[in-house]
Design a protein around this ligand. Structure first.
Ligand code: SF4
Length: 268
């Protein structure tokens, strides 16, 4: 399968591929735009995602050096104010080390690039790194579910690979921790360490996915058999998997700003 010129792999498009090969084909290879049906659940999801986007923007301003009190005065939502106050209690700017907010890193993978955009990572004075990812869903996903997401592989893998190849690396493996932090549940982060042993395994795994995508023809990219995943996919009418969006009920609580186009998979 030929991918578009300048195509880069990311946790989003690889997750799409894992969730539904056909969706990957439609979205990234054929570039088919297909309007999602607007209805009440969809609008509710969009409102949740917009709140998450606002939170990310506030945090970006914080790391750009804007006074937290000034930032808070710009907030006009009680929920966002509560999230913001929980965030400021982390007092991350007081922590020693270099901080990189909304940082994009890219590494070569096969004949392509693999990119990761970090909400924040900190290079601590002892040379270790902590990656933060803000998850603004009302209800935090289970740690097991988070660990199953491609993001939990791609983010530490890209950082470790970048450090290993960059001049600033001492040659030894850098110690990396990743933290999913939930402003609605500030005392329940999900954290894990990335070990040197994982790097080789993850490279093999990711290369396997890339080779699978690039080495197969269109017939390989079949519709998912897990039809539940179609409920909020914008291609569902194109795929004859229903016209109306599914009713997610309480599942809407698990939507965050990362969901974006992929909200169907992030919520199921
Ligand atoms: S509607 Fe279902 S089968 Fe079609 S692209 Fe979306 S997830 Fe895949």
């Amino acid at each position: 399968m030929d991918l578009p010129e300048n195509f880069s792999f990311s946790q989003h498009n690889l997750q799409d591929y894992m969730d539904c090969r056909y969706r990957f084909l439609l979205k990234y290879v054929l570039g088919i735009e297909w309007p999602a049906v607007e209805n009440e659940p969809v609008l509710l999801q969009e409102a949740r995602m917009e709140l998450g986007n606002q939170f990310h923007r506030l945090v970006q301003q914080y790391f750009a050096g804007i006074d937290p009190a000034v930032i808070e005065s710009s907030i006009d939502s009680d929920e966002l104010t509560a999230w913001w106050r929980a965030f400021t209690e982390l007092n991350l700017n007081a922590q020693s080390g270099e901080k990189y907010a909304e940082k994009l890193l890219s590494i070569p993978l096969a004949n392509h690039r693999l990119v990761a955009k970090y909400d924040l990572f900190i290079r601590k004075n002892d040379g270790s790194y902590t990656i933060y990812d803000w998850k603004t869903s009302l209800r935090p996903p289970s740690p097991m579910r988070l660990m199953d997401r491609l993001q939990s592989i791609v983010y530490p893998f890209v950082l470790q690979s970048y450090l290993s190849s960059a001049a600033q690396s001492s040659g030894k493996r850098d110690k990396i921790e990743m933290i999913y932090w939930f402003p609605a549940h500030p005392t329940d982060p999900v954290a894990f360490s990335y070990t040197a042993e994982q790097l080789g395994n993850d490279r093999d795994y990711l290369l396997g996915l890339v080779n699978e995508i690039t080495g197969n023809n269109e017939e390989w990219f079949e519709k998912t058999l897990a039809v539940k995943k179609c409920a909020y996919c914008r291609y569902r009418s194109l795929c004859d998997r229903g016209i109306s969006a599914g009713d997610l009920g309480d599942e809407v609580d698990s939507i965050d700003s990362d969901s974006a186009f992929e909200l169907d998979f992030d919520t199921l």
